[in-house]
Every structure is written in C-alpha cells, then in structure tokens.
Design a protein around this ligand. Structure first.
Ligand SMILES: [Zn+2]
Length: 364
C-alpha cells in the first residue's frame, strides 16, 4: 500500500521537533495510485529451505544470491531501485493538483516525503535464504530533503512473532558460523529473529528498539535523508535475512538497533566483523565500510555525551553481517541497565544521525 504525507509548514516544524509522522494529520492514502497496482503484483513467495541452499552450494551450482550473482546484479539493482523511487514522485501529480493552490501552478509539491511499503521478491539477491517474509518495510523518500538521495535503513531489532521457532542459513554459502552469539559457533543455521532481552525495569528490547527507530527516522527525515524503516509496529514478519535483503535492495547503509544482554550499563558499542568472515562474499566487499560506519556512529554518539563501552566494538558473526552488500552495522546502544527514557533515546538518535552524516560526508 502506498501512502503519502503532506508536510505543511506546521507539520515540517513538528517533524523537526521529532513528532512522529504517523501522528501527523497530513498522512493519507492514495487509492488510485498506479504504482499500487504494480505493488499488488508482488506476492510473497515460498522460501527455499536452508537444506536446498546448502545442497546447491555443495554441488557447485550457485543458488540465486551467491556472491557472484549478487555482484553481477548490483548495477541492475541500482536501476531498479531508482525506477521504484521515482515512481511515487510521478504519482504525486494528481495529489498535487488536488491539494495545490490553483492560483500558483508553479508551487513546489506539497508532499516532500512520499511513503510506500516494500516487500521481498524472489529476484532479490539472497532472498531465497529467507523463511519469514510476508511483512513489508516502509520506504520514506525525502523528495525535498538535502540528502534525499541517501536512503538510511533503520532496523529496529527483534519484533518478529515466531522468529525464534524458525531458522535460516547462517551464511549465504552454507558455511558454519565463525563465532558464538545468540547462535553457537559452528552452526549452519541461525534463529530467523531472536526474541531479544528484557531490560532490568521490565521493558522489552523489541519495544525500546522500536521507539529508538522511530526517533531516528524522524531525526533523519528532519535532516533531509530518505529512510527505509524495517519495522514500525510491534511485529513485522520479516526475518533477519529478509531485513538485510531489503536493506541491500533499497538503502545505502543498514543500521540495526539493539541493546545488549549484560547488566553492567557498560555503554554503547558496535558489532564488528570477525576476521574469519572477511573472505566470504558479500562480507569481503563490504566489511571495511561497515567497520568505518560503526566507528562513525560511535563517534557521533560520543559527541552527544553517550557512554561508550571501553572496547568500542565486539566482533560477532551475525546474519545481518553475513548477507549485507552495503555498509551495515549492528549497534548495541547499551544494555539491560541502561537509561532508555525519552531524553536518553533522543540523544542516541541525534548521535546516530551525526555519525551517519559524518560517514557519508554530509555534515552540516
Ligand atoms: Zn538485540
């Protein structure tokens, strides 16, 4: 479904103050949008089992989504992405006419941000390794933003019902995990989406990551970036592979938001790439950028007074890391004992946005 929002001067001001877009009166559906029909043709597909993927890999017949194919698909992917992103701009015309001042036909579109839902399709690299993919992410295209050409994927960690009962291949080539973590070292399959931890005060990690993601979304939109939101509700039926595939497809970087399961309030850190993963594609082509992104985000957080863990990063073999063909990082913004009140979360959002600006050279 495609929605569009109208941001008037007041709404824009509210946006700058971090008001949730979903609370703005300007959001409305466009029932006659032609792109909606195209979207309707995209139906979730039967996921290929991990066993099939592994068999294909071991027989040397590359399953769709191997590194070679991913690399080869890259230019086509960019073209497709560009086409998709420009469609809503075209589709804006009727809405503009409907809401525009007839005395001022040259006025700028009154809807600088267009919103549409995007789902997984079988042709996307690595999509066949996903097992839970009936949900949709939400793409905010910032047509009027200074950095609208950059799409930042904001992935609120956890929040997939049934995600811990299903497993996906840990690596695109079927090889075993090189470190422990939520899943053991040596495992060839990992939880599709784990449940996440519970904070010392009883809040669930999944609900706090969602709050943070919404704050970061609004911070980024306010600064003029485009945003791909993986999850905007308590549950989205997208596993970690699907989340990563969508980020690869639509975004320029992928930031997942988590809090760690320790209870020492040791501070924020990022998950780095283990050495043993650095020769496996697509990690081999992206890990240096992912590490640089992680460092930039930490610097941004530090600049906002966020407590940073003394080690700064911890190398772990994550599904997100293993399938990312764009700069991608799991941010652990604290742990069970960390302050997750609204002021703390707002500072984190500003720090992450600062880090993103620094990484892409878009500092103000
Ligand atoms: Zn987590």
């Amino acid at each position: 479904m495609i929605r569009k929002i109208a941001l008037g001067a007041m709404a824009a001001a509210a946006l700058a103050l971090g008001t949730q877009l979903s609370g703005l009166a300007g959001i409305r559906d466009i029932s006659k949008d032609p792109t909606q029909m195209a979207e309707a043709g995209k139906v979730p597909y039967e996921a290929q089992s991990a066993e099939e993927l592994k068999t294909a890999a071991s027989q040397g017949s590359a399953p769709e989504g191997t590194s070679e194919e991913g690399a080869k698909d890259q230019p086509a992917q960019e073209v497709a992405s560009e086409e998709l992103v420009s469609k809503p701009r075209t589709a804006e015309q009727p809405a503009k006419a409907e809401g525009a001042d007839p005395k001022d036909p040259g006025a700028q579109p009154s809807e600088p941000v267009t919103i549409r839902r995007v789902g997984l399709t079988a042709d996307m690299p690595y999509a066949k390794a996903s097992r839970i993919n009936t949900g949709e992410a939400v793409l905010y295209t910032n047509n009027a933003g200074a950095h609208g050409d950059l799409v930042i994927c904001v992935n609120a960690g956890h929040g997939t019902k049934g995600g811990a009962k299903v497993k996906t291949p840990s690596h695109p080539d079927g090889s075993p995990k090189v470190t422990g973590g939520t899943n053991a070292k040596g495992a060839v399959e990992s939880y599709a989406v784990s449940a996440g931890m519970i904070f010392s005060d009883g809040a669930s990690e999944a609900e706090v990551t969602l709050k943070e993601a919404v704050l970061l979304r609004d911070e980024l939109l306010g600064r003029g970036y485009s945003v791909l939101m993986i999850r905007e509700e308590a549950d989205v039926q997208l596993d970690n592979v699907a989340r990563t595939v969508l980020a690869n497809q639509y975004a320029d970087c992928h930031i997942s938001i988590h809090w760690d399961s320790t209870s020492s309030d040791r501070g924020a850190f990022y998950i780095g790439v283990p050495d043993a993963l650095k020769t496996m594609e697509p990690v081999a082509s992206t890990w240096e950028k992912s590490e640089a992104l992680g460092e930039a985000l930490i610097a941004g957080l530090r600049g906002r007074g966020v407590n940073i863990w003394k080690n700064v990063s911890m190398d772990l073999d994550l599904t997100q890391t293993s399938y990312s063909s764009i700069p991608s990082v799991d941010m652990e913004l604290g742990d069970k004992a960390s302050d997750h009140g609204s002021e703390a979360l707002a500072a984190l959002a500003r720090g992450l946005a600062d880090g993103i600006g620094s990484y892409f050279g878009r500092d103000k």
